[in-house]
Design a protein around this ligand. Structure first.
Ligand code: HEC
Ligand code: HEC
Length: 369
């Protein structure tokens, strides 16, 4: 969560690079001959989706709190909860802001000593454009960019309503979003000490951060770039695997063991919380790759319950089920609800071959169930 704005900056930078290259290639003609091709206007348009703090880039559209509620219930609650409080796995999006914060533009619960258990997205948010842009490009997690522009307006309106920033009958649009920026609880909470904010478009003078002079001399002629952590430092801050959340595609490595020789070799065992069976021991590597690629591990683990049941429990349940492969591959693609509890599993965007492979693994190849 702390990297929310940073990630957007990174995305913006990548986008700017691409555009710069597109422009250079176009004007430079043969300058880069043999390297790629000039991006077509349609490609540039498809990439150029960032919405800036002054709302430059924001497409026209609108959506009401009520429409947003419907989308939220169907597509966001499974991870972020009915009220943005989130499941015990994800950090909360809403909460911790007050009517007083909306007046002052500073969120009191961010102050040292405030009795706030977790920082929510709305507590930290200083530019409304960022919320709109983030949902538009990245959510829902399992199907990014699947929401229409109006749906993004609606679900953003609903989040603002959950945060008591707008009323239940509010409709958010490109016409009134600037007024709402003026009501954001943390709109004055962004630091300016780094001299990169506010940017030129907001009347600032960026660039003061790069006014130093070059001070590097006597550089090495040949430099081998590599990344490694000496063994003595590996566990220096305690077991990393115990310090991050238990579920999800990105987890701390097991630092109590030496690093694997080849990079990548440790991925599967890092995925399994300690004491669990690493996926590569259960089936061939391709199962792990398919699970990772499709973010199944966001909700399922090998041996412990997450949002969904553990894979071992599933394998046990369908052990003697005659049509298990067919049944499970259908469920893996289509999702479902009610077999294990009230939490729904959304439909998954994997192909039939992948779903079939996973179903085969769960129904037939799963050892020691
Ligand atoms: C399958 C789980 C899942 C679903 C469904 C989902 N999200 Fe998320 N959402 C996440 C995760 C995980 C993150 C954090 C992503 C990261 O750190 O890279 C996140 C982050 C966010 C954030 C940014 C939080 C922050 O402060 O960094 C917003 C806003 C958000 N989601 C809104 C939505 C909305 C709106 C929907 C429904 C349209 C939705 N999400 C559906 C899992 C989900
Ligand atoms: C957003 C969380 C989420 C994601 C992502 C997810 N699942 Fe699930 N899964 C669930 C939940 C919740 C259930 C329980 C549904 C129920 O009770 O019917 C479930 C159930 C299952 C079942 C058992 C179905 C049954 O009828 O018994 C299988 C098999 C399964 N998931 C496999 C997968 C695979 C493979 C992936 C990745 C392609 C995946 N899941 C991604 C949450 C998720």
């Amino acid at each position: 969560m702390s990297s929310f704005p940073d990630r957007l900056h990174a995305a913006g930078a990548a986008c700017a690079l691409l555009l710069a290259f597109g422009a250079a290639a176009q004007t430079g003609g043969e300058k880069f001959s043999g390297i790629g091709r000039v991006a077509t206007p349609a490609e540039v348009k498809a990439w150029d989706i960032d919405v800036r703090p002054d709302f430059k880039g924001l497409p026209k559209g609108q959506g009401s709190v009520r429409q947003g509620e419907v989308i939220w219930e169907a597509q966001c609650t499974s991870c972020h909860g009915s009220f943005g409080e989130s499941s015990d796995i994800f950090t909360p999006l809403v909460g911790g802001t007050s009517a007083q914060d909306m007046k002052s533009g500073r969120v009191d619960s961010l102050l040292p000593g405030a009795n706030q258990p977790q920082r929510t997205s709305l507590m930290k948010l200083s530019t409304l454009s960022t919320l709109w842009d983030y949902i538009h490009r990245a959510m829902p997690w399992t199907a990014p960019k699947s929401l229409s522009v109006d749906e993004v307006y609606a679900v953003t309106a609903y989040m603002l309503h959950l945060g008591d920033i707008v009323a239940a009958d509010f409709t958010l649009s490109d016409g009134n979003i600037r007024e709402l920026q003026q009501r954001l609880p943390n709109r004055k909470g962004m630091t300016t000490a780094h001299a990169m904010w506010p940017g030129r478009e907001l009347g600032g003078k960026p660039g003061a951060d790069v006014q130093g002079s070059a001070c590097v001399r006597d550089c090495k002629k040949d430099v081998a770039v590599r990344s490694f952590l000496p063994d003595y430092a590996r566990n220096a801050h305690g077991q990393l695997a115990d310090q991050s959340r238990l579920l999800g595609p990105t987890r701390g490595a097991d630092t109590s063991r030496p690093a694997a020789e080849k990079s990548g070799q440790n991925v599967a065992s890092a995925l399994a919380p300690r004491g669990e069976t690493a996926p590569e021991n259960i089936a061939k590597q391709d199962v792990t790759a398919i699970l990772q690629k499709n973010a199944c591990l966001a909700c399922h683990a090998m041996d412990s319950k997450g949002l969904g049941p553990s894979f071992r429990e599933i394998a046990r349940k369908y052990k003697d089920h005659a049509d298990a492969v067919n049944y499970l591959s259908g469920k893996i693609k289509g999702g479902g609800q009610g077999v294990w509890g009230s939490m729904p599993m959304p439909a998954q965007a994997l192909n039939a071959a992948e779903a079939g492979r996973l179903a085969q693994w769960l129904a037939k190849d799963f050892p020691d169930r």
